[in-house]
Design a protein around this ligand. Structure first.
Ligand SMILES: [Mg+2]
Ligand SMILES: [Zn+2]
Length: 211
């Protein structure tokens, strides 16, 4: 394996509960933006394994009028500086800014880059000069798993695997290779797999869990 493609919200930075709208979504302002614990260290660990790291993220917030484009850059600078301080490196950050029901006209489209489509993953892999089947795709959402599977990546789900998730992954054969509570644990699973040390636990579907 040569590279790791990371989803952003829920993997690199914390998700935010927006009480006014009653939704859990990306951060919409500076104070809401917080890196999750041990993310810089996890990226450093991946780099130490010889892996390039890129972020591939759906960010429809600007299209929906939730935040200004400059804020995306502010968040980006924070991610990069904290990762750099830990001795790690991110090789690229890629966003899909589109949404089919965007308020902002120029972003209102059905694009090829919004996950579960694979346009962003293809762009990242091309820039990193790796094949998609040499990449891990790490995400906390079903679109991440679907995109990763369609692209031929090895997929890792961040979060708690619950039975109700299986219905979205089994039919589409998008069951992740691994499930991890956070990026640090995911990086350790990747290390185990790449160095052949220890046993990584893979995800179990409802069916195989019942069997
Ligand atoms: Mg996410
Ligand atoms: Zn797009």
């Amino acid at each position: 394996m040569k590279a790791v493609l990371l989803d952003r919200d829920g993997v690199v930075n914390a998700l935010v509960y927006h009480q006014d709208a009653g939704v859990i979504d990306a951060p919409f302002n500076r104070s809401q933006f917080k890196l999750l614990p041990r993310v810089p260290e996890a990226i450093r660990l991946l780099n130490d394994l010889g892996l390039s790291v890129a972020i591939v993220s759906n960010q429809p917030g600007i299209a929906k009028g939730h935040l200004k484009p400059e804020l995306l850059k502010t968040f980006e600078r924070r991610i990069l500086s904290q990762v750099r301080a830990a001795g790690g490196r991110i090789n690229g950050i890629y966003y899909c800014l589109h949404h089919p029901e965007a308020k902002v006209r120029k972003f209102r489209q059905r694009c090829r880059c919004r996950k579960p489509e694979i346009g962003l993953l293809e762009k990242a892999a091309a820039d990193l000069r790796v094949r998609l089947d040499e990449c891990y795709m790490v995400g906390d959402g079903i679109p991440d798993l679907l995109a990763g599977t369609r692209a031929g990546c090895r997929t890792i789900f961040i979060g708690r695997w619950k039975c109700e998730i299986c219905q979205f992954t089994e039919g589409s054969h998008a069951l992740p290779s691994f499930v991890a509570g956070d990026l640090w644990t995911a990086a350790q699973l990747i290390r185990s797999e790449m160095t052949g040390a220890g046993q990584a636990t893979s995800a179990q579907s409802c069916l195989s869990a019942q069997a």
